[in-house]
Design a protein around this ligand. Sequence first.
Ligand code: 6GU
Length: 251
Amino acid sequence: MKINILTQFPEMFAAITSESILGRAVQNGILEIRLINIRDYSTDKHLKTDDTPFGGGAGMVMLCQPAFDALKDIYGPQGAGAKHRILYMSPRGRVLGQDLIEELAGEGEITILCGHYEGVDQRIIDAWGMEEVSIGDYVLTGGELAAMVLVDAVSRLVPGVLGSPKSLCEESIYSGLLEYPQYTKPREYEGLAVPELLFNGNHKLIHEWQWEQSLMLTKERRPDLFEKYVKGLGKLSKSEQKILDKVLKDE
Ligand code: 6GU
């Protein structure tokens, strides 16, 4: 998958492109992250990329010229031919969820514009058919961190980026439940013991315990997800039904 990122701060992206799982995917060529410095496209003698807003008000607004020219470099003249989805990171956008992440992971190539300061000239968004995306109801100083969140979440769904595909389907958002508690060695640490049940070798019992833990956590912390999950459940075995009834009864 190829991800083009238009930003005034390309160095920030080293945080995701040179480390850990995404760093390896970039090294392997599974993931291509092309960082485009908007300033490089400025035709202004001071390499200006923003200016004061028409109508007054605080802050600076990203200029059309550098952004348009950077986009033309990727796509050719504006309006020419098919293009990929172009996202503009903005707190006024559609709130990012796993649904949009999955959609984007299915694309071969996407482009992301990161705005800074007070925003960008609206004509950039309109002329290039950008989709506005927010990562939640709070305000950041710029779109870069938001873009990194999106790129990380999308990339891990690209085949080959994660080691084992099993870890994908086992996790919360896929089964619709929050994750059960995990433990590792040692069995006892500063007097704190790991639940006995995990050592009895009975994998059916262990899975049932993990499912019960997930159900309880989800019911307590995310009643919205819990309700949806229970509604979507198919036929349960006798032992599963018993566990669900117990969780439903517990206050
Ligand atoms: Cl995408 N950008 C900014 N600046 N702030 C945000 C955001 C994006 N999402 C949530 N807050």
